[in-house]
Design a protein around this ligand. Structure first.
Ligand SMILES: Cc1cc2nc3c(=O)[nH]c(=O)nc-3n(C[C@H](O)[C@H](O)[C@H](O)COP(=O)(O)OP(=O)(O)OC[C@H]3O[C@@H](n4cnc5c(N)ncnc54)[C@H](O)[C@@H]3O)c2cc1C
Length: 453
């Protein structure tokens, strides 16, 4: 029986193991699979943890999916949790601006994509000419060919949007929040190509693509625990506290993984589902490092700050609300604790130095900005708050990076790459990570099928 070793137990590694271990629709038996995870838990950047302030586990940060995340939806279906997401149909997002203005972005009743046109025309946070300018970009996106998209990679979002006649107001009150939310980078740095790809997926594919999907259970219970359970049922060996130390090569072929404890795992195929920085460490001082030619230094980390907080009253906000011209960017309502307290979380993407990180400094900021949504919120109604920093939440999807992202198949036989940073065509997201795991798994299955014939 063939043996596959997967290094990394984030959603990319788990998705790969799910795809490799599936026997339905397959003529040959699934390979033997060993998944190595360096840390004591599976999930990587998707996890939940118990905390004294809450009845239910808290997430390391709010994760939002969209209806166009077809691989993530397939993954949830396979692990039996497709129904465990709240679906906000046609965006349906309220926005609150620092000067007190309010608006709503929500698809209208006309058939798709005209319903989206209605959404932009009604978004009165912008002047009518600005709304029409946004629609101009949508029309341009619709007519773009692959070559047009490829040409955008060298450009930043800002340069592209300006070349499309977008005003500073349209950039500040529409494009900037969209780019932060989808790419976790600001418009001056982020690649216009990735933005264009994401917008086409969300607004111009299917009517459901623009639905916002919010996890209705802690991330660990949704994405990680059921996947681990299913993999164990299928006989996959999941090893925690098991960091891969380096790869063993025989000429230009990868023949297995050396572990930190000195053990050697022989394998017919090895998959890295680790972040770029971790792969670099594993490949250091091996010939594989030169053969792969990955430009690790191009993948710069981008932070996400999440603030969990509890109030004694209902802020009367929807499940997800946008804040504009503020430090905090999104507010999520997370339900009630058994003692009656209301739980919320706020997100700051691409968090810069201008955003405080400590609970003490965040409290006045939170109060000030929450009053845009709930004007009479009193100081003592904000109970506890818990800031969480994820310094390496994603990589910066900088202009020019798309051509540098490596494919699943490598120059070394038997070595495959997955992870949100590989060439998924998506930003660093759960969707990209899962797609990368599926792609790398399919490449391995194709290799094995070829070896058999
Ligand atoms: C706060 C926050 C908010 C986010 N919000 C969103 C969102 O709204 N929507 C969205 O889609 N995405 C979001 N993301 C991004 C998303 O979480 C990631 O893109 C995705 O989880 C990456 O998965 P991965 O499997 O590629 O990598 P990881 O999750 O990083 O998994 C890699 C694994 O490899 C392990 N590893 C490292 N070295 C070794 C070694 N030597 N041997 C064995 N194992 C090793 C690591 O411990 C880790 O478990 C967010 C991320 C954060 C942190």
């Amino acid at each position: 029986m063939k043996h596959v070793v997967i290094m990394g137990g984030g959603v990319a590694g788990l998705a790969a193991a799910l795809r490799l271990s599936r026997s339905a629709g397959r003529s040959s038996l699934p390979p033997r699979i060993t998944l190595l995870e360096a840390s004591p838990k599976l999930g990587g950047r998707v996890y939940s943890f118990a905390h004294a302030l809450s009845d239910s586990p808290l997430d390391n940060g709010q994760h939002v999916l969209m209806g166009c995340c077809v691989a993530a939806i397939e993954y949830l279906r396979e692990v039996g949790h497709e129904q465990n997401v709240e679906r906000l149909r046609g965006l349906a997002l309220p926005f609150f601006r620092a000067d007190g203005a309010r608006s709503r972005l929500e698809a209208g009743t006309l058939p798709h994509p005209l319903g989206m046109v209605q959404a932009f025309l009604r978004y009165d946070m912008l002047s009518l000419p600005d709304r029409l300018r946004i629609l101009r970009v949508a029309l341009r996106l619709r007519s773009m060919k692959e070559t047009d998209l490829a040409a955008l990679d060298a450009m930043s979002c800002e340069a592209w949007l300006r070349s499309m006649g977008q005003s500073p107001a349209a950039i500040d009150y529409f494009w900037h929040p969209v780019i932060l939310a989808t790419l976790n980078a600001d418009h001056e740095r982020a690649s216009a190509k990735l933005l264009a790809v994401v917008l086409r997926e969300i607004f111009l594919s299917t009517p459901e693509a623009a639905d916002v999907l919010l996890p209705a259970a802690p991330l660990g219970e949704l994405f990680i625990d059921p996947a681990a359970h299913l993999l164990e049922l299928r006989g996959v060996e999941l090893r925690l506290h098991a960091p891969a130390e380096t790869l063993r090569l025989d000429g230009d072929r990868c023949i297995g993984v050396e572990m930190k404890d000195g053990a050697f795992l022989e394998a017919d195929a090895v998959m890295s589902a680790m972040p770029a920085w971790a792969l670099r460490r594993v490949l250091e001082q091996t010939e594989a490092s030169t053969a792969l030619q990955v430009k690790y230094d191009s993948f710069l980390p981008s932070e996400i700050l999440s603030v969990h907080f509890w109030t004694s009253r209902d802020l009367d906000a929807g499940s997800m609300s946008g804040l504009l011209d503020t430090k905090l960017q999104w507010l999520f309502a997370k339900g009630r604790e058994s003692d009656g307290r209301y739980r919320y979380s706020c997100t700051v993407s691409a968090a810069g130095d201008d955003v405080p990180r400590s609970a003490g400094e965040l409290r006045p900021l939170l109060l000030e900005e929450l009053r845009l949504i709930c004007p009479d919120l009193a100081g003592d109604e904000l109970l506890d708050l818990l800031p969480l920093r994820e310094k390496r939440a994603t990589f910066v999807p900088a202009a020019g990076l798309e051509v540098v992202r490596p494919c699943a198949e490598t120059a070394i036989q038997g070595l495959f790459l997955a992870g949100d940073w590989t060439a998924t065509g998506f930003p660093a997201t759960i969707e990209g990570a899962i797609r990368s795991g599926y792609t790398a798994a399919e490449s391995i299955l194709t290799l094995f099928a070829g070896n058999q014939s």
